[in-house]
Design a binder for this molecule. Structure first.
Ligand code: ATP
Ligand code: MG
Length: 407
């Protein structure tokens, strides 16, 4: 037998394909890297003078992953061992007797990636490699590109490759790898007890939410339940460039329900008062507003509204976010601007891409009033329960038998 230890369904799916690009998205230990390397070894042995490049984010990554697996694969197969003329450890190049080579490389920048041409390319853990580098490499690849990654978040594969002609997608998880022991499987499944998002990505190979999103515990609802209790109205003042944002926060059964009321530039304080009246808000309803505009707050109070400033404090942004994260947030479908803000409200990152403990200060004219209500009216304890409802297709994949999802 060519591979003494055997092959998995992933090997078959990667081997029997005519696609130009084969994308292996998957959970951890599904056997992606191993299967692709087996396929590439087979090509190297069976085809003369082929150049195969395996690319990793950096050399330490390759050494502890793909390269180690490649050495294991060669070690376990006499056929491959006999076909190899030499292995240059410092250059990380396997030289085959038939003239084929497999090289393990990393590229510093797109310019660096312009060097050399190849027949087959394997981008290992592709979310660590930039689109620009990928593009230079794939342009110089004659026959086929293999890609593998854990889908922590969408990246260029999702934006630019999936769905295109000649791109095959294979989604796998540990259940497709027959070479894994029980303890390992249990460890992977137990991620569920810590974080459902992580479990989705690492135990099921399903694409996670964009990393760095501040609030991802929100869901759409058609309407506010009639018996939900109004917690407060949140109000953020804007004028020329920034919108005045106003929303209503309700609570029922430990969950929050949020409804956008208005989101407009150019509103004066009397305009705001008119808006509040026109939606039928009682003058008794509590309004929590941006504390940076005491004059506006006072003006609205003199017009009869029950309005107070949001609590101030050095860490008020993070405190209010912590509070909001503890609730399931039900956002009414009509809250279009709030939905847009939530989808963009991310933690700041530094130049190296590391997440900072501070949200971006944009697209928050409805999120800020939501925070104000949380700060003043909601307890830090919350109910501790946030349920994640997965999109239909992902739900279906989780519940179904562990068939190999391919398109
Ligand atoms: N055909 C095989 N024969 C023997 N062992 C295998 C085979 N396929 C997978 N394995 C074993 O399963 C382990 C996990 O596989 P692999 O590293 O390819 O998973 P992966 O999907 O790339 O995981 P990650 O996403 O974490 O990188 C390998 O280290 C290897 O020990
Ligand atoms: Mg891998």
């Amino acid at each position: 037998m060519f591979f003494t230890s055997g092959v998995s369904v992933l090997f078959e799916a990667n081997y029997h394909t005519a696609a130009e690009i084969v994308v292996n998205q998957g959970g951890t230990s599904s056997g992606k890297t191993y299967a692709i390397l087996q396929v590439l070894m087979l090509y190297a042995v069976a085809q003369q003078r082929k150049v195969i490049t395996v690319v990793g984010q950096d050399i330490p990554n390759l050494k502890s992953g793909a390269l180690r697996d490649a050495l294991k694969i060669t070690d376990e197969s006499d056929t491959i061992k006999n076909a190899i003329l030499s292995y240059n450890k410092s250059e990380r190049v396997f030289q085959f007797r038939n003239g084929s080579i497999i090289e393990f490389r990393s590229y510093a920048d797109p310019q660096d990636a312009k060097s050399g041409k190849r027949d087959y390319l394997f981008i290992n853990e592709a979310n660590g490699i930039s689109w620009d580098i990928y593009q230079e490499l794939s342009l110089r690849t004659k026959t086929r590109v293999y890609i593998d990654y854990n889908p922590n978040a969408e990246f260029w594969v999702h934006d630019r490759l999936l769905g295109k002609k000649n791109v095959k997608l294979i989604i796998s998880d540990h259940r497709h790898n027959p070479f894994l022991n029980f303890e390992m499987r249990q460890k992977i499944e137990s991620i569920k007890n810590e974080d459902i998002e992580l479990w989705k990505v690492y135990a099921r190979g399903l694409t996670g939410k964009i990393s760095g999103l501040v609030l991802n515990n929100w869901h759409l609802c058609d309407d506010i339940p009639p018996r939900a209790k109004l917690v407060a109205i949140g109000l953020d003042f804007g004028f020329t460039n920034d919108e005045t944002g106003c929303l209503a926060v309700f609570k029922q059964n430990g969950e929050l329900w949020v409804d956008e009321l208005f989101y407009e530039t150019g509103l004066t304080n009397p305009d705001i008062a008119n808006q509040l009246s026109s939606i039928g808000l009682s003058k008794n309803a509590l309004i929590v507003a941006d504390s940076a505009e005491p004059k506006s707050i006072e003006e609205l109070r003199r017009l009869g509204w029950n309005i107070v400033p949001a609590k101030k404090g050095a860490d008020s942004i993070n405190i209010s976010i912590d509070i909001l994260k503890r609730y399931k947030l039900n956002i009414s479908r009509r809250s279009i601007n709030l939905r847009r803000e939530l989808a963009r409200y991310k933690w700041k990152t530094d130049l190296a891409g590391r997440t900072l403990n501070e949200p971006i200060d944009r697209w928050n004219h409805l999120i800020d009033p939501l925070r104000y209500v949380a700060l003043n009216q909601l307890k830090i304890k919350g109910n501790g329960k946030t349920k994640t409802r997965l999109p239909y297709i992902q739900q279906h994949l989780i519940q179904s038998e562990p068939y190999l999802f391919t398109i």
